[in-house]
Structures are given as C-alpha cells and as structure tokens.
Design a protein around this ligand. Structure first.
Ligand SMILES: *Cc1c(COP(=O)(O)O)cnc(C)c1O
Length: 398
C-alpha cells in the first residue's frame, strides 16, 4: 500500500511508514531497492521506458523520500537536496538580484554565514531582527521578497508565533499588492511536532541531517511547499545547480523517517524531564526549554507544537562561567561532546566556542549566547540514565 499525498485519513505514524513506500512491481520487494543507475533506457528518442531519464533530474529513491516528507509536512511537494545548507542556498538563489530578506536573529550558524557572506555577492541584502512579531513590519522595504524564521531559535530556543508573522505578511500584501514569501526552518522540531505550512508559511526548510534521518549518518536537506509555481521554480533551479542527494542517502533518510514519531516523542519526553531537573538544580543559572511552563513563549508552543511538546533540544547556563561549561561538557559520559543534533545519541556542546564561535561576542551575548551556555541534544537513551549522567557531571563542577 502507499498513502496518497494529501490524505488526512491516517495519523502521523501510519503516514510515516506507508507514504512513498510502494511494493516493488517487479520483485514484490516490500522495501524499495536502492536505484543506483544514473541513466534510464528509452524505447525511441525522447521516449523513456518509465518515468525516469537521468538521475540528477529525478531518481526513484529520492522521489519516494520526497513523497513521504511532503505528506508529513502537510505539503503538496518536497524537494530533497544534498544538505540543509543547499536547501537554504536554493531558496536564496531563487530571489531576483536586488532582493531584501528580513530574518529572525539567532539563526543556524551556516545560514548566518550564507546571509552575510554569500547572499550579498549576488546582490541580496539581509536585515536581522530580534523578534519578527514585533519588529518585522518596520523593516519591510519595497524590495523585501522573503522572511526567514527559525523556531525554536538556536541555541536559545525562543519560539516565534508563526501565524502572527504570516498575518503581518498577509496584511502587507493586501495593502501594497506585494507578496513576500515566508520560509520557516523546521529542523529543530521536525514535522512530527510542527507543520509551519499549516500556520501560514510558504516554504519549510529542513536539515535532514538532524531529526528526519535521525541516526547521524547522512548529510541531506529538504524543502516542502504547497505552491505548484514555487515547486517548479525550485525544481528547475535544483536541476540547474545539481544540488542533489545520492540514491543511497535518500534511501537511508527515508528509512530514518519511518521512525521519526517514535524517536522525537521519546527525545521530547526525556528532554522535558531533564529540563525540569536542571531548573531546580542549584548549579544551574537558567534553562531554555520550550516545554517548560515558565518559557517566555509557552503560549505559542501550545498553539503550534503537537501536544505542547518542547522538542529534544535544551540549553542552559551553568554556574562557574566558561571553565565550568568546559569541565561539565568534557565530563558527561552518555552525552558526547560534539556539534550537530537530532540523532538517536545524546550530544552536548558549548555554542560560544563551537557552533556559534563565528558570531562576534557582543552580538552573541545580545541574543543570550554567553560563555557559560551549554546546549544539549537529547537522544533516545533511557531517561533515568541521561539524568544521572548530567547529575554526576554537575557534581564534579563544585
Ligand atoms: C544543521 C542545520 C542546518 C544546515 O544543515 P546541513 O545539513 O548541515 O547543511 C540548517 N538549519 C538548522 C537549524 C540546522 O540545525
């Protein structure tokens, strides 16, 4: 069986298993074979035997993965790319020269790098704002073509109300006739927790490298859209740029996607308990976690996150400054000190000297990224073992 895209009959887990998963018509294989052929035979010139011609343009494994992502993101189309960064680059490349972007602050380091060091070389300018809901309207220019949002933000996990941003853009369009596209990087939550298109976004961006593949063994990205016009534009550009994932990576990422709901639910359940443990610990200054009732944007969380889930990412400030942060993150046994996130294994890092070291200190601290801030990516190990690991490491600090 394969579930038709757009079908709302089944729930998330059922769709994750069955969408884009047809039984092989020739062998009956339940799991699609990996289709490595780069080219496909034609019966007469320009008459392909099947639906494929050349693997850069389309490939069966990529198609299946895209069908599954489109279904889970409640989109009409998905486009898989060689990395999350390639997905971001494709969206920016699609804008005309002279365009202006308004972006939420606190974006992924590589996105910040692309916006500030690459986009400008193509005549595209970016303005960063602290909070899109309050600051966006004043920053819109005549040439503004795109609004970019990452929610929750990285690594301070601020949550932005997607539908309120969409509303500002809709009002702008009805006043001026100018349509501004709205892109949301949904990497931190995955389609299991949030579907930004439902709340008014036009484009969803994922680093598949994180939760969607979920096993820290594939670098890949994906875009999801509902507009046929955007889909055609992005598809054309992808074929021209050649930023495609391999069939093997597409197959692996599709396999990972099938357990997304189980993994994300488990990670979020553990993360909630870990955040509550950290919040009451005397060695901790403050905790950022969207699942906490004390979170500044908890209302938006309840509105746009499935069951109010906070996700698998936590950040917190440790007492004792940079040296305590360094000691703590080198002491945990189950939390491995490494960049990245969203895998089955728990990871820990110090953003100020690792993932966000490229941002000047003043700018960093203005958005809450102090030297003592620690970021956790909670994996799917047993909750009690993870809490004990953190508790033991905290004991070594003082
Ligand atoms: C990792 C990441 C990216 C970039 O994805 P790659 O697959 O590493 O290129 C973009 N956005 C967010 C939020 C990320 O975490």
């Amino acid at each position: 069986m394969t579930i038709e895209n757009g079908s709302e009959k089944y729930e998330f887990g059922t769709k994750a298993i069955h969408s884009g998963a047809p039984v092989d018509g020739v062998t009956g294989a339940v799991i699609s074979p990996i289709s490595l052929s780069t080219t496909f035979a034609q019966s007469a010139p320009a008459q392909p035997l099947g639906q494929y011609e050349y693997s850069r343009s389309a490939n069966p494994n990529r198609d299946n993965f895209e069908t599954a992502v489109a279904t889970l993101e409640r989109a009409k189309h998905a486009i898989a790319l060689g990395s999350g960064s390639a997905a971001t680059a494709l969206v920016i490349q699609s804008l005309p020269v002279g365009s202006h972007i308004v972006s939420g602050g606190d974006v992924y380091g590589g996105t910040h790098r692309y916006f500030t060091k690459v986009a400008n070389t193509h005549g595209v300018d970016v303005t960063f704002v602290g909070d899109l809901v309050s600051d966006l309207e004043a920053k819109i220019q005549e040439n503004t073509k795109l609004v970019w949002l990452e929610t929750p933000s990285n690594p301070t996990l601020k949550v932005t109300d997607i539908s309120r941003v969409a509303e500002i853009l809709k009002n702008h369009e009805s006043k001026t006739g100018n349509k501004i596209l709205f892109a949301v990087d949904n990497t931190f939550l995955s389609p299991y927790i949030s579907n930004p298109l439902v709340h008014g976004a036009d484009i969803v961006v994922h680093s598949v490298t994180k939760y969607i593949n979920g096993h820290s063994d594939v670098v890949m990205g994906v875009l999801a859209v509902t507009s046929d016009e955007l889909h055609e534009k992005f598809r054309f550009l992808q074929n021209a740029l050649g930023s495609v994932p391999s069939p093997f990576d597409s197959w692996l990422a599709h396999r990972g996607l099938k357990t997304l709901h189980l993994r994300v639910r488990q990670a979020a359940t553990s993360a909630q308990q870990i955040a509550e443990f950290l919040q009451q610990h005397p060695g901790v200054v403050s905790v950022n976690y969207p699942g906490l009732k004390s979170h500044a944007n908890h209302e938006a969380v309840l509105k746009q996150h499935r069951d109010g889930l906070g996700g698998g990412m936590i950040s917190f400030r440790i007492k004792g400054g940079a040296s305590a942060a360094s000691k703590f993150t080198s002491t945990t046994k189950l939390f491995t000190l490494a960049e990245s996130l969203g895998g089955i294994e728990s990871l820990i890092e110090v953003p100020a000297v690792m993932t966000h070291s490229g941002i000047p200190r003043e700018e960093r601290e203005a958005s809450g990224i102090y030297d003592d801030l620690i970021r956790l990516s909670v994996g799917i190990e047993d909750t009690n073992d993870l809490i004990e690991d953190i508790s033991n490491a905290l004991k070594t600090i003082n």
